[in-house]
Ligand binder design. Structure first.
Ligand SMILES: Cc1ncc(COP(=O)(O)O)c(C=O)c1O
Length: 455
């Protein structure tokens, strides 16, 4: 089987439990704080927004959390996802590196996001919830929750960041096809949206603003809860099916990754692939390098500060300790809409602080160049977000070539770019600009960080 390209597992090998890295961390996560009291919050504070089962997962220290049967049954629709050996890309790069990618674009919505959308919809339905409100950046998460809502009979309202809403009209059509409602954010439907529009009628929106709108809607209605597509512990937990399967598939390949790479917006696809590997390492297993890759235009891990901050622009969420650019930070309108978030998952931030992972930032043209090179070798057009992981994987493979060393590089190809072709057209026409973040606005945004006594 020397030339195997695709390593697949049968449906029975879909993991039976998610992996919870909180069981293996050398230091616990800092607590989530109530913005009013500055004291750690309890389950009752989160109950208006999330079902109790998910609140329990948020704070659990159990290493394994069983995947409910109905969720595993739906996972069968696309899981286990394939693991590929990028043999044609290796040849194109003329590298001694062994490059592997886990492909999550085979899900119905086109990315890793249904791994948690299905689980979240399931737990909400179990607790009698009829409606979910959410935000979406690239549209991948909104489509995934819309799909999950259709399967569980839950209505879904999606606030889609305005710049992406206009860049990707067919994502809205996909959400509507699944039966969801999708509005451009900032909208006039919420006080948070109206406040942003009053200050800047031309606001292109951000994930932080869209979160405020969705939280406001969920908090105001008893039959409605909020669903988040990234950042929170339970979301990262659900994504660990990716890494758990990859560990088995790398065994089929008779190889072990030296380097694991994922793009990081809120941190969920990155954690989904990396945490099962990090857990093995923390329990005395094989060592490896783990790299989170983010856009230079929204560099929370590489340029942000590790501090308590709000998860949203309107300051409706609790305070979480994370790498942040400040909740007021407005990233430029890059095409990787899913990476335009001012913060980073507390768990990803924590493992970065513990020195367990590295972070890198790339500009968007360097990423699209890698995406095109990948498509021309492997045939799959990556979503703009994972082109960041592709860029880093190619750079590591080129480093192998320079050093004359073979390393195994595994990255998460967490979604396809079939709804993102305008971005590729713009890139191919030479129209894409590299917009670095604005240092002054970052400084101002960081000055607005909440003052927290516990720090
Ligand atoms: C395809 C894709 N990749 C990555 C991301 C970034 O999110 P996360 O860091 O949670 O994986 C998104 C978010 O919308 C996405 O749609």
């Amino acid at each position: 089987m020397g030339d195997t390209v695709k390593y697949t597992l049968p449906e029975e090998r879909i993991p039976k439990a998610w992996y919870n890295i909180q069981a293996d961390l050398p230091a616990p996560l800092p607590p989530v704080l109530h913005p009013g009291t500055g004291k750690p919050i309890g389950p009752a504070d989160l109950a208006p927004l999330f079902p109790m089962a998910l609140i329990g997962q948020e704070v659990s220290r159990e290493r394994e959390i069983e995947i409910p049967g109905p969720v595993r049954d739906i996972y069968r629709q696309w899981r286990p996802s394939p693991l590929y050996r990028a043999r044609r890309l290796e040849r194109a790069l003329d590298t001694p590196a062994r490059i592997y990618y886990k492909y999550e674009g085979v899900s119905p919505a086109g990315s890793h996001k249904p791994n948690t959308a299905i689980a979240q919809a399931f737990y909400n339905r179990e607790e009698g919830i009829k409606r979910l409100a959410t935000e979406t950046g690239a549209g991948q998460w909104g489509s995934s929750l819309a799909f999950a809502g259709a399967l569980f009979g839950i209505s879904v309202d999606v606030f889609m960041v305005k710049v992406s809403f206009h860049q990707k009209p067919y994502r809205k059509a996909l959400m509507e096809t699944y039966g969801a409602r999708c509005v451009a954010s900032p909208s006039t439907e919420t006080a948070a949206g109206r406040a942003v529009l009053a200050a800047d009628p031309n606001s292109t929106g951000s994930l932080g603003i869209a979160i405020s709108e969705a939280v406001e809607v969920a908090a105001g209605r008893a039959d409605t809860k909020y669903a988040l597509g990234s950042v929170l512990n339970h979301v990262l937990l659900h994504q660990t099916v990716i890494g758990l399967e990859a560990i088995e598939q790398m065994k089929l390949a008779g190889d072990e990754p030296d380097i694991v790479i994922g793009c990081a917006g809120g941190g969920s696809n990155f954690a989904g692939l990396a945490f099962p590997y990090l857990g093995r390492k923390l329990r005395g297993g094989p060592d490896l390098r783990v790299i989170a890759v983010e856009p230079a235009a929204c560099p929370s891990l590489t340029r942000g500060v590790y501090a308590y901050d709000f998860g949203d622009t309107g300051h409706l969420t609790p305070l979480v300790k994370m790498h942040t650019l400040g909740a007021a930070f407005m990233p430029s309108a890059i095409h990787a809409g899913g990476l335009r978030y001012h913060g980073m998952a507390p768990l990803v931030s924590h493992v970065k602080e513990l020195g367990l992972i590295e972070a890198k930032a790339y500009s968007q043209t360097a990423c699209f160049e890698a995406g095109v090179q990948f498509a021309r070798a492997e045939g799959i057009v990556p979503a703009p977000e994972p082109t960041h992981a592709v860029r880093a994987a190619i750079d590591e493979a080129l480093a192998c070539k320079r050093e004359g060393r073979s390393r195994a590089i595994l990255f998460n190809l967490c979604g396809h770019g079939h709804f993102d072709m305008q971005a590729y057209s713009d890139f191919l026409a030479g129209k894409l600009k590299d917009e670095a973040y604005d240092a002054d606005s970052l400084k101002r945004s960081l000055e607005g960080l909440p003052k927290v006594a516990a720090e």
